[in-house]
Ligand binder design. Structure first.
Ligand code: SF4
Length: 236
């Protein structure tokens, strides 16, 4: 990403923030009420077998969880990665997208909630019938506002069985406020990530180098995020 392109992206995001600050929370709450929603505790948004359950989480939220629990950063978050069935497939896909550098490090942008080996969220109990989040009070805004999200200043919904259920005015207002906070927080975080990003070099042997790391039982990640660049080694 060259400097000029980076500035264009940042300017666009700054304009979006200005516009997002003008969103009327009452109007948004009205839209939420019209769509309707009630969590039916199916756990489908937390478990991998029902679809993409990656939860994007920004550093501010990771710190908030860390400061209010005995969890370490690596217990809470891992590099925001693509969905691949095996580490080999991951190397193949990341190399294809030019996301592996000349030393075999996989580059990612931002973080997602840590997942178990079966790729369920780390905070959903193992017993399939118990879908009570283990960090319910501390869960990130993506979880507490699910299945709603904001994109291009508009309210959007993800697939969810609880949509269409009756929601109180009080809960619609609360969701509307949380959604606006989440939207502004994510935009601001993306701007900082772009500002910190310095790029990396890739070459035709990138995938081979990552595969060689994999043979030795690990993969290296470089996470570009709003707090800078962070290197993580994951044992595979
Ligand atoms: S943090 Fe809780 S609500 Fe969010 S995905 Fe994990 S288990 Fe589900």
């Amino acid at each position: 990403m060259n400097v000029k392109f980076k500035e264009i992206l940042i300017n666009e995001l700054e304009e979006e923030i200005k516009a997002a600050k003008l969103i009327d929370p009452q109007e948004l709450a009205k839209q939420i009420k019209e769509i309707g929603f009630k969590c039916i505790m199916c756990g489908k948004c937390c478990r991998r077998e029902f679809g993409d359950n990656r939860v994007v989480v920004i550093p501010d939220e990771i710190h908030r969880i860390q400061n209010n629990s005995d969890l370490e950063w690596n217990d809470i978050a891992e590099p925001l990665n693509i969905e691949a069935d095996t580490p080999e497939e991951e190397c193949y896909l990341q190399a294809g997208s030019g996301m592996i550098d000349e030393y075999g490090n996989i580059h990612t942008f931002g973080w997602m909630l840590h997942r178990k080996e079966n790729r369920d969220c780390s905070f959903i109990p193992d017993e399939v019938k118990n879908n009570r989040c283990n960090i319910y009070e501390l869960r990130p805004l993506l979880c507490s506002t699910y299945p709603f999200y904001m994109e291009d200043l508009k309210l959007q919904t993800s697939e969810c069985e609880g949509l269409g259920e009756n929601i109180s005015e009080h809960d619609s207002k609360k969701l509307s406020e949380m959604l606006i906070n989440r939207y502004l927080g994510e935009l601001q975080d993306t701007i900082l990530t772009y500002r910190n990003y310095e790029g990396f070099e890739t070459d035709e042997k990138s995938r081979e180098k990552a595969m060689s790391n994999l043979k030795q039982g690990y993969l290296n990640y470089v996470v570009h995020n709003s707090e800078g660049t962070c290197k993580i080694t994951k044992n595979i």
